[in-house]
Design a protein around this ligand. Structure first.
Ligand SMILES: Nc1ncnc2c1ncn2[C@@H]1O[C@H](COP(=O)(O)OP(=O)(O)OP(=O)(O)O)[C@@H](O)[C@H]1O
Ligand SMILES: [Mg+2]
Length: 239
């Protein structure tokens, strides 16, 4: 469970204070698929980055599985990023000169697991995104949609409970976006908790719950009116 309480993030420029988060309370249960939406600058990425330990709250707390993220040591933060959460970003952030295999293996290596024993997990993660066939290619030789699928495989290689995705379809065309959304829906069905930032109302409707932000605050929190899950998940993600 993710529990954000009274979260504020203040940026100071000279004497001016700016609240990127102005008091956010949000509880996310395990197994939820939640979309965070809102205008540019409303604080969506800031909130996601707090949950992912990429940034720290100025006030308030973020507690994940009972642990207050502010109390984690450097080593625990590294473990948290490799094992508790998996990140997917708008611009993929793969290592372009590395093979697909090496990109997906990276979080396992960072978590201290090296060598051939990683192979099964890398292959399993690539199977989930339909890209086992590209395992030896260099990341830079893949299409944008394929690169994002590799990024998702990397995010799930360490089998984290939480997937944090910041505009995962932001750089993709409609067909590739659809593919990524199907993969996220399938991961959700397999038990992952998904927190996805998106400005696309259609993508947001794929989630169970839609949280809307404005000026660093949550201004709406509603159950999504999506179709029954069969429509979103009956097809496997192997395009
Ligand atoms: N390092 C920083 N210093 C000062 N202000 C910042 C910093 N990082 C973010 N902000 C401000 O905080 C606000 C929230 O930013 P955030 O990136 O969370 O918005 P967002 O909702 O993700 O927007 P977008 O849809 O454009 O990605 C913005 O007004 C931004 O300019
Ligand atoms: Mg953002």
């Amino acid at each position: 469970m993710i529990c954000v309480q009274g979260a504020k993030k203040v940026y100071k420029t000279g004497r001016k204070e700016f609240y990127a988060l102005a008091g956010v309370d949000l509880t996310i249960q395990n197994g939820e698929f939640i979309a965070i939406t809102g205008k540019s600058g409303s604080g969506k990425s800031t909130l996601l980055n707090m949950i992912g330990t990429l940034d720290r709250v100025t006030e308030g707390s973020v507690v994940v599985d009972g642990r207050d993220l502010a109390t984690l040591s450097g080593k625990e933060v590294a473990q948290y990023r490799n094992k508790t959460v998996g990140f997917v970003f708008q611009s993929f952030y793969l290592e372009p000169s590395y093979s697909v295999y090496d990109n997906v293996e990276l979080p396992l290596v960072l978590a201290g697991s090296v060598g051939r024993r990683n192979r099964a997990r890398v292959e399993e993660a690539l199977a989930a995104v339909g890209l086992v066939s590209k395992i030896k290619e260099k990341a830079r030789d893949l299409s944008g949609g394929e690169q994002q699928r590799v990024a998702i495989a990397r995010a799930i290689a360490g089998d984290p409970a939480y997937i944090l995705a910041d505009e995962p379809c932001g750089n993709l065309d409609t067909a590739n976006s659809e593919n990524i959304m199907r993969i996220l829906a399938a991961l959700h069905d397999s038990g992952k908790t998904i927190v996805m930032v998106t400005h696309d109302p259609e993508d947001a409707r794929r989630a169970d719950r839609i949280v809307t932000m404005s000026d660093g605050k949550i201004v709406a929190d509603t159950a999504s009116a999506r179709e029954p899950a069969a429509e979103a998940t009956s097809q496997t993600a192997t395009a």
